[in-house]
Design a binder for this molecule. Structure first.
Ligand SMILES: NC(=O)C1=CN([C@@H]2O[C@H](COP(=O)(O)OP(=O)(O)OC[C@H]3O[C@@H](n4cnc5c(N)ncnc54)[C@H](OP(=O)(O)O)[C@@H]3O)[C@@H](O)[C@H]2O)[C@@H](O)CC1
Ligand SMILES: Nc1ncnc2c1ncn2[C@@H]1O[C@H](COP(=O)(O)OP(=O)(O)O)[C@@H](O)[C@H]1O
Ligand SMILES: [K+]
Length: 514
């Protein structure tokens, strides 16, 4: 599923008209036809269906839908929010065609009470009031109509966007609570931001025939990353491979107060395919960690001060990647370690306290020639950008892209719908996970999984997106089988890596023959 911003969608629309020659009326007809087909497969002949159309082009789509479904013999009442004169040109044309077919409609502005009665009698409502053109707070009759539709508690199918929502941002004033939203050509960003994502219900894309060349030239790549993408990109282990093939990684994590972060991140890295893992820790927590991971090697130091002197020369370890941050603490030594690590010519994964320390050194990050991966949660992202969490959360796509492009990094902005952004600005939105993950330690596990994963793939983005998907999918499976959303621990996620990978590889084998 492609994801678009409002401007991208308007540019795509414009170029389709100017360069391809499909005019807005044709696109509206295609959109209405496509959504009508989807709705038709979900309704019955005895349903009483109301289509409520606004005065913009979203309303025009609604008018086409009403006509098509009427022609197919369904019981349809079309309501326009406004009188004819104020309706957009192409929507007016759609309305004329509708009337030419011998159908009539009613106007909300003139019949508010009758509308309420019709709403009560209806079984299904099609919401074509407002689409991507919505700006600011909802005005005029729309506010009342939206509130009345929500109160009535019927099945609502929304066209393109649940009316009232902003296409790009997560904030909500008042909006339709949809059962399903039929998104035109692709979802709009707001479908993956909160709280607006809560209003969409199920999302189904309808294709209105916009040429892919126009889409590619007028939008950034933004896609949902789901199980199919994971299955088609899981790495294959060659029969002649050996442990060196799968990389040498170092995980610098943990401190006296947070030894567990080292256990969680290292164990998760081991379970995610690393050939050889070394754990960089301070000596007095070794006894806690060693029993958890006998497979690992250790790079022990009496203190972070001691670690710092060695960081300057890691060449003997022949590393391919370093993960740093979970639980290392925030002090002068750990900051210096992070600063030194940035000079290492290997893939880097920075999380937690390393994100705190990297902020004054972002220019050095920009100069790096090897992949640098930052995995902030919204709070860490906000602090890297000097913004509030709300400002980040409402605009996750743009904020991540700007940051990733400015510093040439891979960014994993965590949260529900984690977004992976590449240095060139391509974005991939995760589709797995649930609030069972909202618990201390699950981020540490993800860091380990990412460190393990990057060494298994030639393509860093696929490695990141797959690690994020698998992390979330484990939590989904636990909640669906043996756990509740309350009791999933970070260690349960680690224990879930093997069963999930096993299942994915079996499925891949089944579908691709190897
Ligand atoms: N390729 C495509 O993308 C295609 C897209 N198509 C469809 O077009 C839709 C976009 O249509 P659109 O641009 O006409 O905007 P739309 O959402 O109908 O709203 C505009 C109207 O709402 C009003 N209004 C705005 N804010 C408001 C507020 N806060 N409170 C109250 N009113 C507000 C605004 O009023 P104004 O500000 O002008 O006074 C204007 O009248 C898109 O979502 C898709 O369904 C297909 O038909 C064809 C191909
Ligand atoms: N409501 C949620 N739905 C899906 N995933 C979530 C949710 N809340 C948290 N997560 C995931 O859990 C992980 C939490 O990471 P983080 O905040 O760094 O945790 P910690 O620092 O406590 O280990 C991230 O991968 C995040 O995407
Ligand atoms: K709508």
């Amino acid at each position: 599923m492609r994801i678009f911003s409002k401007n991208e969608m308007y540019n795509i629309d414009q170029e389709t008209m100017e360069k391809i020659g499909l005019n807005n009326g044709m696109l509206m007809e295609n959109a209405g036809q496509a959504v009508a087909r989807e709705i038709e497969s979900r309704i019955k002949k005895n349903d009483k269906i109301i289509v409520i159309a606004g005065k913009g082009n979203n309303g025009g789509d609604g008018v086409v839908i009403a006509r098509i479904l009427k022609e197919r013999g369904f019981s349809i009442e079309l309501w326009m929010s406004h009188k004819g004169g104020s309706v957009a040109e192409d929507a007016q044309r759609a309305l004329k065609i509708y009337e030419n077919c011998g159908h009539s409609y009613k106007i909300y502005e003139e019949n508010e009470e009758a509308f309420q009665i019709s709403l009560k009698k209806s079984t299904v409502i099609v919401d074509a009031l407002l689409g991507i053109g919505t700006k600011g707070k909802v005005r005029g009759p729309y506010r009342n109509i939206i509130e009345e539709m929500n109160e009535i508690n019927k099945i609502i199918y929304a066209v393109d966007i649940p009316s009232g929502l902003n296409a790009d941002k997560g904030e909500v004033d008042v909006a339709i609570k949809a059962h399903t939203t039929f998104v035109i050509q692709g979802a709009k960003q707001g479908a993956f931001l909160f709280p607006s994502a809560n209003f969409y219900g199920g999302i189904k894309t309808v294709d209105i025939g916009i040429p892919s060349s126009v889409i590619e030239q007028n939008s950034y790549v933004k896609r949902r990353w789901s199980k199919n993408e994971v299955l088609s990109s899981l790495p294959h282990r060659d029969i002649s491979s050996h442990k060196g093939t799968y990389g040498r990684a170092l995980m610098i994590a943990g401190s006296e107060n947070m030894p567990g972060a080292a256990v969680l991140s290292s164990k998760a890295a081991s379970r995610s395919g690393v050939g050889l893992l070394t754990i960089g820790i301070i000596e007095n927590i070794k006894s806690i960690i060693g029993s958890h991971l006998p497979e690992a090697m250790y790079n022990l130091h009496q203190s972070h001060q001691g670690m710092l002197s060695e960081v300057k020369d890691y060449s003997s370890l022949q590393l391919d990647a370093i993960g740093i941050g979970p639980g290392i603490g925030r002090n002068k030594e750990t900051e210096k370690i992070v600063e030194e690590i940035l000079k290492q010519q290997v893939t880097l994964v920075l999380d937690a306290d390393a994100l705190f320390h990297v902020k004054p050194h972002l220019q050095k990050v920009k100069e790096r020639r090897f992949p640098t991966i930052l995995t902030p949660h919204p709070g860490e992202m906000a602090s890297l950008l000097d913004l509030s969490i709300k400002e980040v959360e409402s605009d996750r796509f743009e904020k991540s892209r700007e940051f990733a492009q400015t510093y040439g990094i891979y960014l994993v902005l965590k949260g529900p719908f984690t977004i992976v952004t590449t240095p060139s600005g391509e974005q991939f939105v995760n589709s797995s996970g649930n609030p069972a993950l909202a618990k201390g330690g699950s981020g540490d596990v993800l860091t380990g999984m990412i460190l393990g994963s990057v060494l298994q793939y030639e393509n860093v983005q696929k490695a990141l997106s797959n690690a994020v998907f698998i992390h979330g999918a484990i939590a989904d499976q636990l909640v669906a089988s043996t756990h509740s959303p309350l009791d999933v621990l970070a260690t349960d996620i680690i224990e879930g890596i093997s069963p999930l990978l096993h299942e994915l590889y079996r499925e891949k084998e089944y579908s691709t023959g190897y």
